[in-house]
Design a protein. Sequence first.
Length: 125
Amino acid sequence: MKQIDETDRVFSDTSKIYAKGFPDSIYLSNQAENLINNSEIDLQDMAGLRPGIAATKFNKGVIKYLTAINDYGKMAKQLLQAKAFAERRKYHDQLTVKYEKLNAYPDQLLVIQQAYLQEVGLQPK
């Protein structure tokens, strides 16, 4: 979540980026690269886990979320590398869709966690 929150400030309005060019392209590229690298590290960590049966759904949800973060970072990088206005527009549109889906993951994971807590008889705080 921290990765997304930090990067959100940079990439949430990609229309500025694709329309005006990339005055801060080194910074933006570093942000995209951080998303990619950090999500890959997290995915590797997740691959080493062996969740119990009750935690499998949550584990799969987190993996999907991290994969979506990774995809978002890669798409942001493509946007920054695009030369033609039409190509930047295409990536902007795709990033907007990815961003909306990405922002839905935390709520989906929360629902999974709440169901698990109910299943094992615990009350969330």
